[in-house]
Design a protein around this ligand. Structure first.
Ligand code: PEP
Ligand code: CO
Length: 406
């Protein structure tokens, strides 16, 4: 039986991490305007991604998801869009070779404009202002005017997303293949305004896949309630404190029909916790009969400070979490479905390590991120080769040939 799916348009339970909009009337006007505009993606495309992710759930494909932590309006230039797209596409070619499986490519693009924050405010030199919540909400500049949430930004976000999708559709038309978009469903006015009724139910047509983040997955909260009511493939981030009961409750809420491809768990445990925290989750979800997609986000559990004070991540930690993720899935006989990364197609120096090594002292050199540190293009390709090797030895028929040796 399908429990009654809550309407995505209904007035919802409490929503965490929402901006303090100063002008509710302006917000409603913008939301009403967006609700009357063309959708950004189609329900058929969302269904296609759900079918592709079903192949991942069955172990017959792999998914690569990546892009900026926070896209910015200024950063949506054709050159940057293309460099992110090309990086994911090249990674996919490498991983597909190693895994001997098709790769489902998903960009954190065309809507990844809003960020949850650990603190609602930021203080500099005795001045306290609202924290930057992403270009969909306010500006990065530390002034009262810039940090005040502005509803007009939802419209600008919609327009930037539409432009980004135009560029992506052109690239896909030129080069072939498939490419899907995803973002965190965080600012509910935006997500609801782009939700449309189709014959088979409501779809959030701002992206093919939307996910709920680690900070907004409260069981009775508005974000889970929203994604429960849409037909898109959806994902939820799971941090190291997640319990098997949390995961099982998410399966019941978001995937009551046990439909492969509907639900992805993006685990972000940290390199030091993944080997302890992940096995129980995967084992209990698998025993329950659910066929979710398991994806590793090796970024968010491995954030540290560089000597300069910048937030950074070490590629060795990122690789270690991915190896741990593979070890756990190999030992349980489940499929390591893929990875979810923060990456740039440019030569940024936000993360440490890589073949073309970024040293800790070099982190400030080209630190362009609006939020978390991203792998640069070279580091992303390093990781793709690592993944290709891991898949080559974790494909069951091949590992049998190799026996139990080192
Ligand atoms: C993110 O993906 O940028 C993010 C905020 O992740 P998480 O919800 O896992 O912390
Ligand atoms: Co991030």
């Amino acid at each position: 039986m399908t429990p009654h799916a809550p309407s995505p348009h209904a007035v919802d339970p409490p929503a965490a991490q929402q901006p303090d909009w100063p002008d509710p009337a302006a917000l409603h006007a913008v939301a009403a305007d967006l609700a009357g505009r063309p959708a950004l993606v189609t329900a058929a495309e969302c269904d296609l991604l759900r079918a592709r992710l079903a192949e991942v759930a069955h172990g017959a494909a792999v998914t690569l998801q990546g892009g900026d932590c926070a896209e910015t309006f200024d950063g949506t230039t054709p050159g940057r869009i293309e460099s992110t797209y090309r990086t994911i596409r090249q990674m996919a070619a490498v991983v597909s070779g190693g895994a001997a499986l098709p790769v489902v490519q998903v960009g954190r693009m065309a809507g990844q404009y809003a960020k949850p924050r650990s603190r609602p405010d930021e203080t500099r030199d005795g001045v306290t202002l609202p924290a930057y919540r992403g270009d969909l909400v306010n500006g990065r500049e530390f002034t009262e005017r810039s940090r005040t949430p502005s509803a007009g930004r939802l419209r600008r976000g919609y327009e930037r997303a539409a432009g980004t999708l135009d560029v992506l559709r052109g690239l896909v038309a030129e080069r072939g293949g498939e490419f899907f978009t995803a973002h965190e469903a965080l600012v509910l006015e935006y997500e609801r305004a782009l939700t449309r009724e189709a014959a088979s139910g409501a779809y959030d047509l701002s992206a093919h896949l939307v996910w709920v983040g680690e900070r907004t997955r409260q069981p009775a909260g508005a974000h889970l309630n929203f994604v429960a009511g849409v037909r898109n493939p959806v994902a939820v981030k799971l941090g190291p404190a997640s319990t098997p009961d949390d995961a099982l409750a998410l399966v019941d809420m978001l995937d009551p029909d046990r439909e492969p491809g509907r639900l992805t768990f993006i685990t972000r445990m940290g390199a030091s916790a993944v080997r302890e925290a992940l096995p129980d989750l995967v084992a209990k979800v698998t025993t329950s009969g659910a066929r979710v997609v398991w994806v590793c986000d090796p970024m968010h559990g491995n954030t540290v400070s560089a000597p300069s004070g910048h937030k950074t991540r070490w590629l060795v930690d990122v690789v270690d979490e991915i190896r741990g993720f593979f070890e756990v899935h190999r030992s349980l006989g489940t499929h390591p479905g893929g990875v979810h990364l923060e990456l740039s197609g440019e030569h940024v120096t936000e993360c440490v390590g890589g073949t073309y090594e970024v040293l800790p002292a070099q982190v400030p050199d080209r630190y362009d991120t609006a939020c978390d540190p991203r792998l640069n293009r070279g580091q992303a390709l390093d990781l793709a080769f690592e993944l290709a090797e891991l898949y080559a030895v974790s494909t069951p028929d091949r590992s049998e040939d190799e026996g139990d040796g080192e």
